[in-house]
Design a protein around this ligand. Structure first.
Ligand SMILES: Cc1cc2nc3c(=O)[nH]c(=O)nc-3n(C[C@H](O)[C@H](O)[C@H](O)COP(=O)(O)OP(=O)(O)OC[C@H]3O[C@@H](n4cnc5c(N)ncnc54)[C@H](O)[C@@H]3O)c2cc1C
Length: 448
């Protein structure tokens, strides 16, 4: 089969769309990305995303090598422990994580805003901002995307990377539904200062802490410490290579991520005021404090010190698995096809995995090793299998499903005790403890 030049149109400059765009451009395949935000600082949140070994490998495969090294330089200190605590800060379990010998075999703590800046680096000629996709038309073997400003773009393949509420999916697979998972998160960002640091134990400071609050209120706390200070200057003691990369990287100019504590609180949606999704600022922060009335004074003090401008409500959604469909010159990746709850922390990682896989298939098609639609079909059959498996695992985990037994009136208490009991026993018996840590790494894609 002769090699064939192809032009790929990507809708959405998020995690998956930009990873794919980098991979295609590196391989010499023509690509253009259309993003509804007006510029690279628009609509960004600085919350943590844990980029696991699967996600890291995808980034290493698709980004230019110097940008991948810059990505590693922009990560926060990796967590050393996975802690399980009660709302009263009693330690149920603490698992030491593996030391970070190889940066692609551990979870990297990344600010979502910083990751976006990394992914937008050097892509000015590829990304078109202020382009809200409205619909597409397929004609012969080409496809045209239309935007709300009256413009359009034509290519050989249209990739939906436009997230949970994907307009491409609504047109292409109208039967593929995303449903409310029945739980709500309130995300709080607390500046890391001497005072807020003093409210954390050493294990909390150095780890990720999952909190089982009495009465069915859950939490997760991460400390994010970067290699730059409050003014955006590289901190003393940072290695010369990272210091040089950060000093040269223009992305930091667009990014106001600074050292902070992320404390996300969640529960079944019926525990929240009906208008919670409309609340912002101090009124929303008050809802989080109200839910956690019986938590330890240190956690309550952290919530009191949250930056009220960064407090956000998140209605957790999950996709309903769909049967495979006949492939065409429209395809989907990431949340656009398999939105999942944050239960296993793999939504972004699965979007990155999709991007690397689709990129490989398109490289083969462009080289003439297979027809374009054959590459899309091979991508979809694999992506549908692992993507919806991750959706199911995520829904079962950590009370991100509003129907979880921990939220039920009578059995809820027992379900909470059973969940904590599992962590407690597992952490105390060395063989179970080792197996727990091994399974955690295997699930997150570490190579053994
Ligand atoms: C609280 C929380 C914590 C999370 N933590 C983790 C974690 O630790 N690890 C992890 O792996 N995942 C995590 N996730 C999930 C992760 O954020 C998503 O799965 C991931 O960002 C999906 O990437 P994507 O590329 O599919 O979509 P996105 O990154 O959402 O990008 C979609 C892009 O499309 C654009 N767009 C949308 N509509 C249009 C349109 N009509 N026209 C043009 N552009 C459009 C959007 O503006 C956006 O830029 C978390 C999610 C939440 C809510």
């Amino acid at each position: 089969m002769p090699a064939r030049p192809i032009h790929v149109i990507v809708i959405g400059a998020g995690t998956g769309g930009m990873c794919l765009a980098h991979g295609l451009r590196r391989a010499g395949i023509s690509v253009a990305v259309y993003e509804r935000y007006r510029n690279r600082s628009d609509g960004l949140l600085g919350y943590r995303v844990g980029v696991n070994p699967t996600g890291c490998r995808a980034l290493r495969e698709c980004l230019p090598p110097d940008l991948f090294t810059t990505f590693l330089a922009t990560t926060a200190r990796a967590p050393g422990y996975f802690n399980v605590l009660t709302g009263q800060l009693h330690r149920t379990a603490s698992f030491a994580l593996r030391p970070d010998a190889d940066p692609t075999s551990i979870d990297q703590s990344v600010s979502r805003m910083t990751l976006r800046q990394v992914l937008l680096t050097g892509m000015d000629d590829v990304v078109h901002f202020g382009k809200t996709f409205t619909h597409y038309e397929q004609h012969d073997d080409r496809v045209t995307a239309y935007f709300s400003d009256g413009t359009s773009a034509t290519g050989d393949l249209l990739v939906a990377a436009d997230g949970t509420h994907s307009a491409v999916r609504r047109q292409y697979l109208p039967h593929a539904k995303v449903r409310d998972a029945g739980s709500i998160n309130i995300a709080n960002k607390i500046p890391l200062t001497e005072q807020t640091r003093a409210l954390l134990t050493e294990e909390m400071h150095r780890g990720i802490s999952l909190i089982f609050g009495a009465g069915g209120v859950m939490g997760v706390l991460h400390v994010m410490e970067f290699k730059w200070d409050q003014c955006g200057s590289v901190k003393p003691g940072v290695g010369v290579t990272d210091a040089r990369l950060l000093a040269q990287w223009p992305g930091l100019l667009f990014d106001n991520t600074r050292d902070c504590i992320n404390l996300i609180v969640w529960s079944a949606a019926d525990r929240f005021p009906p208008d919670v999704m409309q609340l912002r600022g101090e009124r929303l922060a008050e809802v989080a404090r109200d839910l956690t009335r019986n938590w330890h004074p240190h956690l309550r003090e952290l919530l009191r010190r949250a930056d009220v401008n960064s407090v956000i409500p998140i209605k957790v959604a999950t996709s309903v698995p769909v049967e495979p469909w006949p492939s065409s010159n429209v395809t989907l990746l990431g949340d656009a096809i398999h939105t999942m709850t944050p239960g296993r922390g793999v939504g972004a990682n699965t979007a990155l995995r999709d991007a690397a896989l689709l990129h490989r298939q398109l490289v083969a098609a462009a080289a003439g090793a297979k027809p374009l639609l054959g590459g899309v079909a091979d991508y979809e059959s694999e992506m549908i299998r692992y993507g919806f498996a991750r959706v199911a695992d995520s829904l079962r985990t950590n009370g991100t499903n509003g129907d979880d037994p921990i939220y039920k009136p009578v059995i809820g208490r027992l379900a909470m005790l059973a969940a904590r009991g599992y962590f407690s026993v597992t952490s105390r018996l060395p063989p179970l403890r080792r197996r727990f840590v091994d399974e955690l790494y295997n699930y997150r894609g570490a190579e053994t």
